[in-house]
Design a protein around this ligand. Structure first.
Ligand SMILES: [Zn+2]
Length: 150
């Protein structure tokens, strides 16, 4: 280096030293698809809609916080129990969905609670305590009795 060249300024950092942790930075934090709260997890809920000979499977999936996931999962499960029986080909898939959604709901229940905000959904009553589910059970019992007694 010749003496005429200007000296390169030495980079300095006057701020606080960044904290060094052994944990890698979390890059997988996805905000809730409904209320933007964190933490979230990815969930899939399945709904079966059966009408006479037609049946349709719907999948509701997304990253949701605990409260929103609980609300969505319970709503989908209630709809499946209520609407999934009215088609001939729907019975088998509906049994599968009714069996799968509770395992997703159990995973939701294990999540850490996110800080709720005004957009966070209300979880509502548990699936077994919903009127639509009670009506579906009454209807199924009625159909079974009708079939047996006819
Ligand atoms: Zn949420």
């Amino acid at each position: 280096m010749s003496p005429t060249e200007p000296e390169e300024p030495t980079p300095t950092w006057d701020g606080p030293m960044p904290e060094w942790t052994s944990e890698p930075p979390r890059v997988d934090v996805v905000p809730c698809g409904v209320c933007a709260a964190t933490p979230t997890e990815r969930f899939n809920f399945f709904q079966q809609v059966g009408v006479y000979r037609l049946h349709e499977a719907k999948k509701t999936e997304g990253y949701w916080c605990r409260t929103c996931a609980l609300s969505i999962g319970r709503r989908v499960q209630t709809r499946t129990i209520f609407t999934g029986w009215a088609g001939y080909g729907s019975l088998g898939p509906n049994m599968t969905n009714i069996g799968e959604n509770p395992s997703e709901l159990k995973a939701v229940a294990k999540m850490d609670e996110a800080e709720p905000n005004e957009r966070t959904l209300k979880p509502g009553p548990p699936v077994v305590a919903r009127v639509a589910v009670a009506l579906a059970i009454i209807a199924i019992v009625f159909v079974i009795l009708w079939t047996l007694l006819a």
